[in-house]
Design a protein around this ligand. Structure first.
Ligand SMILES: Cc1cc2nc3c(=O)[nH]c(=O)nc-3n(C[C@H](O)[C@H](O)[C@H](O)COP(=O)(O)OP(=O)(O)OC[C@H]3O[C@@H](n4cnc5c(N)ncnc54)[C@H](O)[C@@H]3O)c2cc1C
Length: 411
């Protein structure tokens, strides 16, 4: 493996104005890291990656590289782009095994971090290293957020998250699992107990609905719920997944791997409109997921999905819109249905306190440095941006870390 990756590194042109770096949302120093790797300086390369992005080991695996580093590699214009992510994965995994972080200072301020997903983990590591007293709360039993309770194990092993937990504990972070902030412990209670600043990184865990009849039936499930613990579901032999984003592909592939004989993606548009990445689509096809395209669901029943056929139509202004075709209603028979049409935030925190404004979708409003509308309360990650990516959550958490540090310097 090492030999292959060194050959891959040799193909890197170490560009001065590297397009791969420019298109990485967290600005990974790709040429520098490749150079260190070629010189055999794995520890230095690992430290450089971790310092810039504590979730480098995760991003190496789950980022949509085809739109970022790999998709913008200069070598890709005429041939095969350099697969930096594989080099990053090896370096970061090795580094995570031996990493020993030290606090650079001791500080008295206590910071509450709500949500142990990519945003909360990144922020906890940065602030704990700076010496803040960090408490990390999560409604789930274990840390990781979507990394543990959404992305399937075969894509990202939970052992990676276990390692992050060890790192956090070694840095002195106090972890409170199974603790839903909002109804019992409110934000006001956190301030009353002496936390200097509070960070909300609670993600988006309410499934968006199709708003059609049948969503509460016993054979219908939401992907975000299903992916939390697929083993407890009995889906039957034939499953329809409605939606065509990455979450839909994950749900479909997990259903197939969990024993469903036939799994279909039902989508109201064509392949070219699918929001999932090309890689995820290909992997779904490789897993023998089938596709029923240009079908819009109109009702969910115990026998399957009632749909109407659709088509793309070019409007006068040149825009392509998908419209339903009258008289084409049909029935797609299946044992169970999984709805995967995105997620929105839950209101546990904002509904139990005052001063935190949200927009019409329930997303927490912040400025570009992560300040919410309430003093001392910060937010980032999906709860601010809406469903996004791991690397964006990590990148924005770095900005919020600076804001919290700045805020704590006051008084
Ligand atoms: C199935 C799925 C697959 C995905 N695949 C990819 C991928 O391959 N690559 C990629 O880059 N992105 C992917 N994403 C998106 C990515 O995972 C998210 O953008 C990212 O996890 C957002 O991080 P976050 O920290 O904001 O939120 P989350 O990861 O959602 O973490 C939020 C945490 O807050 C906790 N929480 C919520 N409310 C409370 C509360 N009131 N009190 C205490 N704790 C609370 C939750 O339990 C959760 O642990 C995927 C998303 C899903 C759903």
């Amino acid at each position: 493996m090492m030999k292959e990756l060194l050959l891959e590194a040799d193909r890197c042109l170490l560009c001065k104005n590297a397009r791969c770096k420019a298109n990485c949302p967290i600005n990974t120093e790709i040429p520098e890291v490749v150079k260190l790797f070629k010189e055999g300086k794995l520890d230095e390369a690992g430290a450089m990656l971790f310092e810039n992005n504590p979730l480098s080991a995760v991003c190496a695996v789950v980022c949509p590289h085809e739109d970022q580093c790999k998709g913008n590699c200069i070598r890709g214009i005429k041939g095969e782009p350099v697969s930096f992510c594989e080099i990053e994965e090896l370096i970061s995994n090795e580094y995570l095994k031996k990493i020993k972080l030290e606090k650079t200072a001791e500080r008295n301020e206590r910071i509450a971090i709500i949500g142990a997903g990519p945003a909360g983990i990144t922020l906890s590591i940065i602030l704990a290293k700076k010496g803040f007293k960090v408490t990390l709360f999560d409604a789930h039993e274990k840390i990781g957020g979507v990394l543990r309770y959404g992305i399937p194990e075969y894509r990202l092993p939970n052992s990676v998250m276990d390692r992050y937990e060890e790192i956090l504990l070694a840095l002195g972070v106090k972890i409170r699992p199974n603790t839903l902030i909002g109804p019992v412990i409110t934000l006001d209670k956190l301030f009353f107990d002496g936390y200097k600043a509070v960070f909300i990184g609670t993600g988006v865990w309410n499934p968006k609905t199709l708003d059609i009849k049948g969503e509460s039936l016993g054979n219908v499930h939401y992907a975000i719920d299903y992916l939390k613990s697929p083993d407890v579901y009995n889906l039957g032999k034939k499953v329809a997944v409605i939606g065509a984003g990455n979450v839909a592909m994950d749900a479909a592939r997990v259903a197939k791997r969990s024993g469903a004989e036939e799994v279909y993606i039902l989508y109201r548009k064509g392949f070219e409109n699918m929001p999932c990445t090309k890689v995820e689509l290909q992997e779904a096809k490789d897993d023998d997921i089938k596709f029923e395209l240009f079908k819009a669901p109109i009702e969910l029943t115990e026998d399957g999905v009632k749909y109407i056929e659709t088509k793309n139509e070019v409007k006068e202004d040149g825009k392509v819109v998908t419209v339903t075709i009258d008289g084409t209603e049909g029935m797609f028979e299946c044992d169970s249905v999984i709805i995967a049409v995105s997620q929105s935030p839950r209101k546990n925190i904002v509904a139990n306190t005052t001063g935190i404004e949200t927009n019409k979708w329930g997303l927490v409003l912040t400025d570009d440095k992560g300040h919410t509308t309430r003093e001392g309360v910060f937010a980032s990650g999906d709860v601010v941006t809406g469903a996004n990516t791991v690397v964006h959550a990590a990148a924005y958490a770095k900005v919020v870390a600076e804001s919290i540090e700045e805020y704590c310097k006051k008084d």
